[in-house]
Design a protein around this ligand. Structure first.
Ligand SMILES: [Zn+2]
Length: 155
């Protein structure tokens, strides 16, 4: 499977809401910029779209660079992905990157109670109030399969 094929998001492609977002995402940005301009003028566009957008992109790049070099490798993913606590704090949980590589479908990246994952807390809140459904988490069987302990299963 290659990431360009986008066959790892079939569940999203089947939902009209996400197809609508994909078709119209440029319009959302333009409408948001217009709203920012109306509310606060050009400086709001610079700070919210320019500065905050740049920080957001760099946060994503930070995860994909730092978390393939420094941190702990707790799951047998066969790659260089790492869990990095300080990146997780800066990126609202995305720094639990080895967890993400092991269970890419999981809404929760911080799988241990001490792995702070603000993104997961928001998703869990939305689930509790009924605004998020079909939230996916790794099963015990999948965790066992991805653990280093499972390497000895053929001995
Ligand atoms: Zn990665």
């Amino acid at each position: 499977m290659f990431y360009q094929e986008r066959n790892n998001v079939e569940d999203l492609k089947n939902q009209a809401f996400y197809r609508f977002l994909k078709r119209t995402y440029a319009l959302h940005t333009i409408a948001f910029a217009a709203l920012l301009y109306v509310v606060g003028g050009f400086s709001y566009i610079v700070w919210v779209l320019g500065v905050a957008g740049t920080l957001g992109y760099h946060g994503t790049f930070l995860v994909n660079s730092v978390c393939h070099i420094w941190g702990s490798h707790v799951w047998n993913t066969g790659d260089l992905s790492k869990n990095n606590w300080w990146v997780a704090l800066l990126s609202f949980g995305e720094g639990w990157h080895n967890n993400h590589h092991a269970f890419e479908y999981s809404a929760r990246h911080g799988l241990e109670w001490w792995q702070i994952d603000v993104g997961w807390y928001i998703i869990r809140f939305l689930e509790v109030v009924g605004l998020a459904t079909n939230v996916k988490l790794p099963s015990k069987d999948h965790k066992l399969k991805m653990s280093f302990a499972s390497l000895n299963k053929f001995e």
